[in-house]
Design a protein around this ligand. Structure first.
Ligand code: MN
Length: 215
């Protein structure tokens, strides 16, 4: 079974005007689909065919140092995963900050909801070149990290909770070079804190995690 492009969880125009329908059409239909198509072509007739995206990413990451083919597979597989996670990290009428247990943790680790928003926007804006800005859980602590190009925290022992794509294709049609405006608008209006809270709960409670796994 080839890797399938996951369905966009909302309409193309649902995130406008923060992220326009034109941007979403290009970003999802062209960029995300291209990573999936390239990945399926690269793994066909290899031992990574018919593996899950997660397995392909981890195995390709482990081979990257010695195998140029693994570099291309990793890049396309990780970009496929990162984009699916990005669509989940956004929602129409999002933002508004975390609630419940995650809100208490954001306040403990970043001082306040505003402190998190400012630190996240600064990290995303100052990241040099193409990449991603993440809120992750690492050994019980919340952290803001950035990755370059196709880099993904799932190969670094970190559990992603939210991500914002800072490749230019994510914002150039709407904001041109103004990445800081794009990130600040996304943080304030689109971040899907319910999605982050669900992932946080699964990652921080072993009983919930095992209950959620298929038998
Ligand atoms: Mn992208």
């Amino acid at each position: 079974m080839p890797i399938v492009l996951p369905k966009l969880p909302y309409d193309y125009d649902a995130l406008a005007p923060i992220v326009s329908g034109a941007t979403l059409r290009f970003h999802y239909d062209r960029h995300h689909r291209a990573y999936i198509d390239a990945l399926n072509a690269l793994v066909r007739h290899t031992d990574l065919a018919d593996r899950t995206l997660d397995v392909i990413i981890h195995r390709a990451a482990g081979r990257r140092a010695n195998d140029p083919a693994a570099v291309a597979i990793f890049n396309n597989a990780a970009q496929a995963w990162n984009h699916a996670f990005y669509w989940q990290s956004l929602r129409p009428k999002g933002g508004g900050g975390p609630r419940g247990v995650l809100a208490a943790r954001i306040e403990a680790d970043f001082g306040s909801e505003r402190g998190f928003a400012d630190a996240f926007t600064a990290a995303a804006t100052s990241h040099f070149g193409s990449g991603w800005a993440w809120l992750v859980l690492e050994r019980g602590a919340l952290r803001i990290v950035t990755t370059s190009n196709a880099g993904t925290p799932i190969v670094n022992g970190q559990t992603p909770l939210l991500v914002v794509d800072v490749w230019e294709h994510a914002y150039y049609l709407d904001y041109q070079q103004r990445r800081a405006d794009y990130v600040a608008n996304v943080v304030d209006n689109l971040l899907n804190w319910d999605f982050a809270a669900q992932t946080f709960a699964r990652a921080s409670e072993p009983s919930v995690q095992s209950a959620a796994l298929p038998a």
